[in-house]
Design a protein around this ligand. Sequence first.
Ligand code: TRP
Length: 340
Amino acid sequence: MENAQTPTPRKKTILSGIQPTSTPHIGNYLGALKNWIALQDEYDCAYMIADLHAITIKNDPAKLRQQGLSLVALLLACGIDPQKSILFFQSHVPTHTQLAWVLNCFTQFGELSRMTQFKDKAEKHKGNVNAGLFTYPCLMAADILVYNADLVPVGADQKQHLELARNIAARFNGLYGDTFTLPEPYIPKTTARIMSLADPTRKMSKSDENPNACVTLTDAPEDILRKFRRAVTDSEAEVAYREGKDGVNNLISIYSAVTGKEIPAIEAEFAGRGYGDFKTAVGEAVAEHLRPIREEYTRLMADKGYLVSVYKDGAERALRRTQRLVEKVYRKVGFVKMER
Ligand code: TRP
């Protein structure tokens, strides 16, 4: 049969963001970024570097700029494909802030006051509790709603913000008729929750004072090895995944994530061997897993023209995708139509 018309169902839209405040570590990679890559075939994905969000805490401008550009290279090196997905800087697409203002006016002081991340950050940055930090969730809601995103991959720390975005969307829809898609959280089937190598009861974090606690995607292989060799474990000398063995459990999870081996196979592989061998094996496996990313990153960092072309194209596509919705919202709330 010629030209059989089978309607292709619309791919669902995914939007997510990452702040350019530090080089992503293996926790960010195994917990989130790897998943971003995997979603690209099945979904219509937009990935955003959330630079507007980044300035809600103090930043050195030169460093922020450098990290933003590096992050483009790193995301591409990890496998974001600009043919499939849109990759852009939030600050390059004015519709995000245009919508954010309106959403600010449909969000209550009390709601924002209940955001646990605001409370945590206000406590941590006592000298700079700025209005942007407070209304941050409205900007994040705008990022999501301006795209009509169906699904938003987020970590546990962002769940409350996503819930608020849904509430704002539902409230607006209730007042003005169907305008926004209600976004759902996207919970990947397998999430690796990577803990600090220095204190395995805490999540891996770039802001850890101990430089051996965190392995970033651009760490040199010898640094990766050193950090894993110093990883905190326990005094039992048994590679087994068990309650109470946080350090070993973490190393097993990491090893499993980068090698694809199942936990029982890993336990068998290291049965009767000491932690020294095990930690070295994990370090080597991680360094090897990151090798292609590191190499591609280095190559891309030397090709600034290409990086610019990617984020420029991304911003143009993002703007085109989102302009109509902002016009619709501006009309609904009563602004006089801007004539072009
Ligand atoms: N707030 C998110 C974070 O700090 C980043 C982010 C900004 C985001 N806008 C978003 C994530 C929209 C998902 C969707 O991790």
